[in-house]
Design a protein around this ligand. Sequence first.
Ligand SMILES: [Zn+2]
Length: 313
Amino acid sequence: MSETCRICGGTPKARHVAREMMYGSRENFAYFECADCGCLQIAEIPADLARHYPADYYSLDGGLPKKPSWKRRLAADWAYSRDGGLLGWACHALKPNREMRLLGELGIARDDAILDVGCGKGARVARLRQFGFRAEGIDPHLDADVSLDGAVIARRATLDAVAGPYRLVMFHHSFEHLPDPHAAMAAARRLVDRDGRVLIRVPTCSSLAWEKYGIDWVQLDAPRHLFLFSRESLRRLAEGHGFRVERIEDDSDGFQFWGSEMYRRDVPMNSPGAHAKKHPLFAAAELDGWERQARELNAAGRGDQFAAILAPV
Ligand SMILES: [Zn+2]
C-alpha cells in the first residue's frame, strides 16, 4: 500500500474505503487523502484494472453521433464565433454548446490539430469533425481503431505513441483514470505547441459533493478513478511540468447529487431501470433543485468537476 502521495510526496491525513458501485460488484478499495496537496487517491492501483472496463463501459459502448441538425450546427457556430445572427443565438439559447464556446474563447481554429486523450469510441472527436475541426483521439481501452468517412479518427494507443504537435490536447474525464499523472502531464507538455493549450476536465474532491457524501460520492467511482484531484493538487502537478493554470471553470451538474444519493441508498448506477434521471427514487422537483444547486456551486467554485485550461510557460 502506498504511503506517500503520488502527486506531491506528502503523507496521508485520512483513509477511506470505497465500493465499486457503477456495476455494483461492491468490492472494497482503499483510498487516502494527502495532508499536503489534498489529492484523494487510490492506495493501491489494481493490477487487473482492465477488468473494471468491460465492453459495455459507457465511453466504449454505442456508435458515433449522427450528422448534426441545422439547429445544432447553428448553435455550435454561434457558441464558437457568434456567427448565425439572431437565429444562431436562439438555437444556442435553447441548447448551449459549452465546448464550442470554449474552443472559440481559446482561439482554436478549425485547421488546428486537436488531440482527445482517452476518447473512448470517439464520439467527441466525430462531433468536432462534423463541425469542421481537425480532431483525432486515442484510447488504450479500444479493441480496434475507429473510422469515420474513411478516416481513422480514434486509435487504440497510449500517450507515448503520439508525436504531435497539437494546438489543443484534451482530457475529458480521462485524466483521473491514468495510473501515472506525472507521465501524462509531461507527455501533454511535449505534445502541445508553444501557443497551445491543454484542457483537463476532471472530478474534484475540492467540492461540496465529496464533503457531503464521502465514500458515496458518485464521482469517486472506485476503482476506475485513481486520482480525485483537489484544485491545489492539479495546480501543483501542472506547474511541476511547465504549465500555468490559465483558468478553472466548474462544470458540475445535478449528477453529483442524484448519483451520490443512489450510492447512499446502495443502488448501483447500472442496475436495471436505475440509469438516467428517470430514476423513480427522485421527484422531478428534487432533480430540478439539484441542477439549480449545481449551478450555484459552479459559480462559487465548489462544483464536483471542473475544466482547467493549462498554458505552457
Ligand atoms: Zn499530495
